[in-house]
Design a protein around this ligand. Sequence first.
Ligand SMILES: Nc1nc2c(c(=O)[nH]1)N[C@H]1C(S)=C(S)[C@@H](COP(=O)(O)OP(=O)(O)OC[C@H]3O[C@@H](n4cnc5c(=O)[nH]c(N)nc54)[C@H](O)[C@@H]3O)O[C@H]1N2
Ligand SMILES: Nc1nc2c(c(=O)[nH]1)N[C@H]1C(S)=C(S)[C@@H](COP(=O)(O)OP(=O)(O)OC[C@H]3O[C@@H](n4cnc5c(=O)[nH]c(N)nc54)[C@H](O)[C@@H]3O)O[C@H]1N2
Ligand SMILES: [Mo]
Length: 768
Amino acid sequence: MKFKPAIKPYTGAAGGWGSLEATTRYVRDSKQTFKNIRNLMRVNKSKGFDCPGCAWGDDNTSTFSFCENGAKAVSWEATRKALDADFFAQNTVSKLYEQSDYFLEYQGRLTEPLRYNRETDRYYPVSWQEAFDLIASHMRGLDNPNQAELYTSGRASNESSYLYQLFGRMFGTNNFPDCSNMCHEASGSGLKQSIGVGKGTIHLNEFEQADAIFVFGQNPGTNHPRMLHSLRHAADRGARIVTFNTLRERGLERFADPQNPLELLTPKSGRISSSYLQPNLGGDMAAVRGMVKALLEIHRRQLAEGRPGLFDQTFIDSHTQGMEAYLAAVDATPWQHIIRQSGLSEQQLRDAADIYRGAERVICTWAMGITQHKHSVPTVREIVNLQLLFGQLGKPGAGLCPVRGHSNVQGNRTMGIDEKPPAALLDSLAAHFGFTPPRAPGHSTVEALEAMLRGEIKVLIALGGNLAAAAPDTARTEQALRRCELTVHISTKLNRSHLVTGGDALILPTLGRTELDMQTAGSQYVTVEDSFSMVHASEGVNPPLSPLQRSETAIVAGIAAAVLGNEKLDWTALAGDYRLIRDHIAATVPGFTDFNLRCEQPGGFYLGNAAAELRFNTPSGKAEFSDAPLPDTLFPQIAGRTVPFTLQTLRSHDQYNTTIYGLDDRYRGVYGQREVVFVHPEDLAALGLHDGDRVDIETLWHDGISRKVSGFKVISYDIPRGNLAAYYPETNPLVPLSSFGDGTHTPTSKSIPVRLLASKATDTARII
Ligand SMILES: Nc1nc2c(c(=O)[nH]1)N[C@H]1C(S)=C(S)[C@@H](COP(=O)(O)OP(=O)(O)OC[C@H]3O[C@@H](n4cnc5c(=O)[nH]c(N)nc54)[C@H](O)[C@@H]3O)O[C@H]1N2
Ligand SMILES: Nc1nc2c(c(=O)[nH]1)N[C@H]1C(S)=C(S)[C@@H](COP(=O)(O)OP(=O)(O)OC[C@H]3O[C@@H](n4cnc5c(=O)[nH]c(N)nc54)[C@H](O)[C@@H]3O)O[C@H]1N2
Ligand SMILES: [Mo]
């Protein structure tokens, strides 16, 4: 495969022809055009499968039921390329390890269970029974159930993740690290503390009613393209969209609807953001505090003049507590501190505050730019504070909207994939299934890796995902995985985690979302929950590539039956008919009464959200303001050194997390390459560097461990000085395992203290 690296600024709007062209290319490249098109037609409609792309909601009334990146995700899964025993016979694991992530996944679908042979350094086919028996012998041999870690990635269905957590708890552990620990953990945690529920409070259609939408730290043009439609419609009818993003992201500037022929035939495209602010990485808490400071000033002035204040006093009095302490914290924060930390001027923040107060109904959305910092929980809570002052909860067109990542990551948590499970869940599992679930909290992802490094963990099972590539501090993560006695990966495609083996290792090939899932009771559907707490059915249509592939649910049941036996609970029967699993869910998880029946509802059903109805499940029974101070500084001295740059690690347009579809990042003008770093032109000049020069990026951290990636090409970019951006997962070696969010253990993937050094490396790219 040859790629010609190039940098060509992208001048079009997001969406539009570029998007349509790219979609057609992906569909065509996957060699089964018609089938793919049929697939796409079904995505996110009431019948068919849920898009495995992102967790945005479905608007069943619109024709736009898929997006360019959803199309990539579907085609990528639906490939007819298969990996067979020959491939593994020809390639040692060490040889495959040298290949790029792109190469690994491009080889096609996994089709049979594989076991690693340490002597020959190769994977070889085994039967399902052999695989399950191997897991059972390892797990039964543990001194203590907490020597196992059960990782989950957010694509797993409600049914498979429910069985998985039940299996883990019956086995005796709460060790459920998951991708959410690296993702929206701070949203869950911050919202829970502030409003008593760790989920967003709005429905998808409320975007139609908002007067202003504040979008923090999120790149929907790439990661939630269907959200652009909601934003575009809102902008078209005059709602103000205010974006806070360190980078200028094309999708947040202009958008043309690729399914609207008029917009494709004419140069017309819609403006999205009416105001675009570029804070420093980690500067959003300061930015929001600045807005509140400005608003508080006006509020007090009006009151002093005998006019009504700005804040919604009735709402504050009846539904909140702690405002005084918060306002005291705002008073105690000088403008100077706010300006330095946010990187925005007082005027910019006053202007944003003016837009905010001019709107009757405001929605705040956010994603990884908010959640992957040390102070992410207070930042999420600061956004909530702002909304509470104005009573922006409990009314249509207003509220809080953390935009989730993986398509069912929210559902996984609802089903109990939670290392710190609520007592109520454990109580109901105990009562319904008649066992004593473990009460001690388990490990999050970072804690699991730390425990592996200490040699405390013997077995890792991963229900999807790619832990080796997705987790921080690659060298230490790989060392951690290698210390396990058994690693098991339930996967659709070959990935790096399969090549970082424990003493024993298994790869278990699974069906994807798009595939027909035939069990003893006939073809099965599964269910998923989107960012708006809508639960709906998802039923695959493509015949599986191999008769040996099994559904995730069947694999989890197979493991559970082998380890625990079928006597107490008939796992095999559950895997034969998913309705039985849904009956158990209905009996044990709040909100799922009559689950099977309600799955018939077109478009799914709403789980409800107490905070949206002004019922607050907090200790005080009210929404609670947070009064956390701003961090003193975001650029601390580290080990006696001044930190010259803060680096964020983000996604290109051609990737799904660690799955690399291609080497272009169209909207940012990057083609045929990924080892690049975006730098402000004046920072480049100050370093004596020019566009296209190669640099090494080195982390500055307290532990004396060297963390460096080499040979990255600098690209001058519209980014605040002192801030850098580069793609994940290539930059994961730079994120220290011990650098995580306060109270979340989420790796600080958006604020890594680094320096740039002229590179001696010429080209370090892995072979592609
Ligand atoms: N096609 C595609 N879709 C995806 C994914 C994918 O990889 N590909 N991943 C899925 C997953 S799991 C997730 S979690 C989501 C991720 O969705 P996003 O959160 O959009 O993902 P990132 O690429 O990490 O982008 C972070 C954005 O926040 C900005 N940003 C970074 N730090 C800061 C900051 O401190 N302040 C502000 N204001 N802005 C900041 C960056 O410039 C960037 O625009 O997308 C999901 N959807
Ligand atoms: N530096 C840095 N690190 C990050 C992030 C960042 O922004 N910067 N983002 C973090 C975030 S937000 C997240 S969510 C995590 C993602 O972490 P993960 O969820 O662990 O990683 P993915 O890349 O989404 O997993 C891809 C693999 O999932 C498997 N797969 C795909 N579909 C299916 C399926 O239907 N079933 C099963 N069983 N397997 C399937 C495929 O084999 C594929 O190789 O990464 C985190 N890591
Ligand atoms: Mo995520």
